[in-house]
Ligand binder design. Sequence first.
Ligand SMILES: NC(=O)C1=CN([C@@H]2O[C@H](COP(=O)(O)OP(=O)(O)OC[C@H]3O[C@@H](n4cnc5c(N)ncnc54)[C@H](OP(=O)(O)O)[C@@H]3O)[C@@H](O)[C@H]2O)C=CC1
Ligand SMILES: O=C(O)CCC(=O)C(=O)O
Ligand SMILES: [Mg+2]
Length: 744
Amino acid sequence: MSTDNPKIIYTLTDEAPLLATHSLLPIVKTFTAAADIDVETSDISVAARILGEFPDFLTDEQKVPDNLAELGRLTQFPDTNIIKLPNISASVNQLINTIKELQEKGYAIPDYPEDPQSDEEKAIAARYSKISGSAVNPVLREGNSDRRAPPAVKRYAQKNPHSMAKWSPASRTHVGHMKHGDFYSSEKCMTMDKACSVKMDLVTESGKTIVLKEKTDLLEGEIIDSMFMSAKALRDFFEDEMNDAKETGVMLSLHVKATMMKVSHPIVFGHAVTVFYKDLFEKYGDLFKKLGVNPNNGISSVYEKIKELPASFREEIERDIHACYAERPELAMVDSAKGISNLHAPNDVIVDASMPAMIRNGGQMWGPDGKTKDTKALMPESTYARIYQEMINFCKTNGAFDPTTMGTVPNVGLMAQKAEEYGSHDKTFEIPEKGVARIVAEDGTVLIEQNVEEGDIWRMCQTKDAPIRDWVKLAVSRAKQTGVPTIFWLDEYRPHDYELIKKVNVYLKDHDLEGCDIQIMSPLRSMRFSLERIIRGKDTISVTGNILRDYLTDLFPIMELGTSAKMLSIVPLMAGGGLFETGAGGSAPKHVQQLVEENHLRWDSLGEFLAIAVSLEDVGIKTGSERAKILATTLDDATGKLLDNNKSPSRRTGELDNRGSHFYLAMYWAQALAAQTDDAELAAKFAPLAKTLTDNEEKIVEELNAVQGQAVDIGGYFQLDSEKTTAVMCPSATFNAALEAARA
Ligand SMILES: NC(=O)C1=CN([C@@H]2O[C@H](COP(=O)(O)OP(=O)(O)OC[C@H]3O[C@@H](n4cnc5c(N)ncnc54)[C@H](OP(=O)(O)O)[C@@H]3O)[C@@H](O)[C@H]2O)C=CC1
Ligand SMILES: O=C(O)CCC(=O)C(=O)O
Ligand SMILES: [Mg+2]
């Protein structure tokens, strides 16, 4: 059904946010209906994206539309309003598990070809690669990023500080990064003086020319980068760092973003695995190849593939795995109780969340014995790793941050039109043989070339001019609105940043900068500057490229607020629409586990509350709907009250959880609407709901909490049974009836 009503598209995603949606959406729809706003859903879960990609394998009843493509199309229209929840950026392991679940449910989709040989297998692998990794965000993020802690949230954190472990000046924790042979060392860059198309090829030492990417169209003013990571330098780095950790007795951890950097980082992860377990891979190299072990998927791939061997042989290999631990340093664990280490699977430790969690924890991670310890945090690429070392140094000198007094560091991030690393996935290659990697223009001119060796990871990134202009504009507007010093984190010694700096200096002149304090500093100086201010309670806006956007919008919120889930995360689309993201974190797989085992969901939907409010405000501004504006302000009031009254979810089973916090939001929202005087009809409409919820508060909370403690069935992991999940997520008959009555 389509109406002329303003429309908000609410995405259905994965894991904890999808569970929370089953409870929150009926509430939201009850309220938006009063302002004649349609809230439509769009399923972009990893399962739905797989089904959308393979209609030719499905029955007519099973077919689903390609929702992501449709949303991508809609980002180009000014009246588009999308609320985007975090979704799984699937590693190969996650993709395979999703496929398996769907096949078991009767969808005849093809197996994932782990080692595609035939043309048919290669075609299927290419179709699956569209779904793997960070496949959603780059499509929807047709605008730059504005992430910040709203004042009410910041005040709440200052009054109710989360725990912060102590930092000792004697902490041995440090970052290990490459000093040569990484992307930083090899980066070359140029700005296009006219539009053209380029080819990426490799001229091998043996005289062949291998075309790696036939055609990439470039616009005038676009910045392109070429860079490679030397496989040899990377392996030497891992070997040296592992030996150092062993000799000095410090625990080892690896921090990559194999989901978002979906081509390069799984390879980096794979090298870490084969270097750490080098005796194992030397001994069983041929067998592992035959079995299809892929170290890029972690040591879990070995365990998975040896399952098919006779028990005695399998046990021998398992003994050899264990023998490696005697030679190597202790490994940081993801789940020490289950013996799952940092090298188990690449999606288990994701740098943007894992480094802040470690820093918040006094620089410590969990060891195999379940105790927390200092760690050597390996993050091979030095481009961005050094900012973490700067923060670690700061904590060693100044102690842990104090959430009650610290300032805030919001972020304005460049990411539109697949800026920087976002656009590199189809331009990243593992070099098949030694030669010269080249970016060549149509007329045959070689624009950039570099000498590479077999196994090196070579990539090209693109950053278009219009997004850069838009990013500078967004930074200036935040600087003006806040009066806060605004720092561009750009490294003039890095070729890419050098080109960006030239543009930033030009585009800043398009704006009236009266009263603004805007500076450009290297990422290290920017970090230091922001930290010196933050401990004095002062705020500093960070304006960064795409990767630092990702890193900083978990790093600072986790120190300031305890989690990045509480961030306001707006993407003003360049075509005029709005993409309202919820929080800055991910889909919290551990929360699903707790729900399934104990029927308690500790997911905090604060990010959703904030996003819905700005989405409604946007509808109000764009359509002139006063009711939408009232819904937005009353929702913000309700959110503030929820925080003040401590009605956020508890981590502990038996206490108020996600569902209970949604009840309180509904009650406070209805009360605020009933109390407002701008629209008497709206007030009258919500008065009965406000009364019913207020009168039945105790009963509803009791109904919501009583169900906890037992295992529940939601009918799947990647594809939920909607009915079963709704039953689990909406267990209060009294609350359900009240909402239904309000909708009638
Ligand atoms: N925007 C997006 O679409 C993003 C998607 N992802 C995807 O999310 C998945 C998991 O990523 P991961 O790196 O583990 O990061 P997550 O942010 O999902 O998890 C890290 C931890 O942060 C805490 N957390 C995150 N969100 C909330 C919330 N709303 N309420 C309460 N606590 C929260 C949880 O801590 P605790 O366990 O202590 O409660 C959680 O375990 C991956 O598949 C990744 O690809 C990741 C980042 C962004
Ligand atoms: O796209 C992704 O995989 C993750 C994105 C992310 O972590 C972020 O935007 O903060
Ligand atoms: Mg992130």
